[in-house]
Design a protein around this ligand. Sequence first.
Ligand code: ZN
Length: 76
Amino acid sequence: MIRGQIKFRCSVCGTTFEGLDLEWMGTVFTTPQRCIQCGSMHTYPKGVLDFINKSAYRKIWQVIDQRETGLPNGDK
Ligand SMILES: [Zn+2]
């Protein structure tokens, strides 16, 4: 489900960019979008809750990393 356009921040290079607000697997979280600057998927919605978001998104990044490297993650 697409909820509109929001700003993301990259945790790797610090770039802020606009992207689609897509639901992360049926949760309130937003699916990280690929950084336009460095190509990292370690991005999160920018906002006043930056710090809280960042710790919550570490788990999501782990799942994405496992998908990208093709390592088994128990879902297949
Ligand atoms: Zn980046």
